[in-house]
Design a protein around this ligand. Structure first.
Ligand code: F0G
Length: 445
């Protein structure tokens, strides 16, 4: 493969390569793909990225994604040439990622029992569609445009569909979204309608919706924008890029994410692998993935809770049979993922292999939290003047749990990602009406 950027199967024994214009989300043996860059971006770009924060009128400098465009140059364009950028790069006028950076939240730090100088929480909910999905959707839709796709397709617990619908509307392409009927937040569903997406209600859960959307994409020439699409992962790398840039490229000890389909975990892992290999960072932060205890596939498998085997990437030889057995067991026993945090109500994380690779590279951990813990996490973020949804509360709750278990040390530097903004208005209302909740503020009557 001669091009600078190309696609490569993640399985080292298979390692099949495809041109960058390929729309396959898997190799012919069914393994997921990575975008690979042959050229090593110079660390001098750190300065360029910093200087672009004075955008000088360019939306591609203003964008928190395209500001880092040399590190995701799968379009293989001259990144300094704004006219050329305009022809290729999709952007909502530079708004995606523009407001995202880590913030200190002292009340959260106090609640977590961690040194407040070391705790950073990065709200991704102030993206234009209200979640971190915009980071990866701009890149996926850029690739869709590159290959001339007329229709993008996704399954979603809500935020992906809002983001896909928004960028599709802006680009004038069609968008079909498959949602588990009755299981997504009303605010997310209303966004998909508002942006003109075609909603397909699937009887079942997210896992069923994803299966149907992937089948329909194949049969009806749709372009899949779920995080199994390797170009989604490229854009989501900018979440850790922004955190690291803010910390002067000094790695924190931990980066903490809620775990659903594991696109975030995968993209953070890939970002760190590349930055380390390219000499941009000297230390590898550890990734912590926080599942809901009602949708805990990764945590169960990683921690040996199923058949006593701790599932690992194992240098590219994971025991995939164990994953299949776990899914069969779920089917047979009628176990369905169940949490009030519907964003992460996912039983079969599509990116589990890349997620395991990320955990292996970063010596990461996976754990679970309860719905109540997530709600408390969400509530304490609110008390710092920031808004996030319940699933994002998993990052906060997960840090608390890992601090109490002394896995995260009190003086560690921790970046927790707050993945999305509140789109289910009654969740905080119900939380605060209940005087039993730690942070509740019941109304006066
Ligand atoms: N947080 C929020 C707010 C989400 O919407 C999601 C996933 C996650 C965390 C989990 O992230 O999948 O990268 O592990 N939402 C997807 C959707 C599945 O369809 O909107 P992940």
């Amino acid at each position: 493969m001669q091009e600078d950027a190309y696609l490569k199967c993640v399985n080292p024994k298979c390692a099949l390569e495809y041109p960058i214009y390929s729309t396959n989300v898997q190799c012919e043996n069914g393994h997921v793909l990575d975008v690979i860059y042959q050229n090593e971006p110079s660390t001098k770009l750190k300065n360029t990225f910093y200087e672009r924060r004075n955008s000088k009128g360019s939306i591609f400098n203003e964008s928190g994604i395209w500001r880092f465009r040399e590190l995701l140059n799968f379009c293989q364009i001259d990144t300094e040439n704004i006219d050329e950028c305009s022809k290729y790069l999709v952007s909502l006028d530079g708004a995606e990622g523009r407001q995202s950076k880590p913030y200190r939240m002292s009340k959260a730090a106090e609640f977590l029992g961690i040194n407040s100088d070391g705790l950073w929480l990065q709200p991704e909910g102030y993206n234009p569609s209200g979640s971190f999905k915009d980071n990866g959707m701009v890149t996926a839709v850029t690739h869709a445009k590159m290959v001339g796709a007329k229709k993008i397709i996704c399954a979603s617990t809500g935020n992906t569909s809002a983001s896909a619908g928004m960028f599709a509307a802006n680009e004038g392409i069609d968008c079909d979204v498959y949602i588990p009927a009755g299981q997504i937040a009303p605010g997310k569903l209303s966004q998909a309608y508002q942006f003109g997406a075609q909603i397909i209600e699937v009887e079942g859960n997210f896992d069923d919706a994803l299966k149907q959307s992937l089948d329909d994409a194949k049969n009806h020439n749709g372009y899949t924008v779920n995080s199994v699409n390797p170009f989604r992962i490229e854009g989501q790398k900018t979440i850790p890029f922004r955190a690291l840039e803010y910390l002067d490229w000094e790695s924190p000890d931990w980066i903490v994410y809620p775990g659903g389909a594991l696109g975030n975990t995968s993209s953070c892992g890939k970002a760190l692998m590349e930055l380390y290999e390219w000499g941009w960072i000297k230390k590898i932060p550890r990734i912590a993935v926080i599942n809901s205890d009602g949708a805990s596939t990764l945590s169960d498998l990683y921690n040996g809770k199923f058949e006593d085997e701790e599932l690992r990437w194992n240098k590219g030889n994971p025991n995939t049979e164990l994953i299949s057995k776990y899914y069969d067991h779920m089917e047979k026993e009628g176990i369905r993922p169940k949490t009030k945090a519907t964003a992460i109500q996912i039983g079969k994380p599509a990116n589990i292999l890349k997620g395991l690779r990320a955990l292996e590279f970063t010596n990461g951990v996976a754990t679970t939290v309860t719905d109540t813990e997530m709600l408390d996490g969400m509530a304490v973020v609110g008390l710092n003047g920031f808004d996030c949804e319940m699933a994002s509360g998993a990052s906060v709750a997960g840090i608390k749990k890992l601090v109490s278990e002394e896995i995260i040390k009190k003086d560690d530097t921790v970046v927790g990602i707050l993945t999305g903004r509140q789109k289910d208005a009654m969740i905080p209302v119900d939380y605060h009406k209940n005087p039993k909740n730690i942070f509740s503020h019941p109304p006066k009557i």
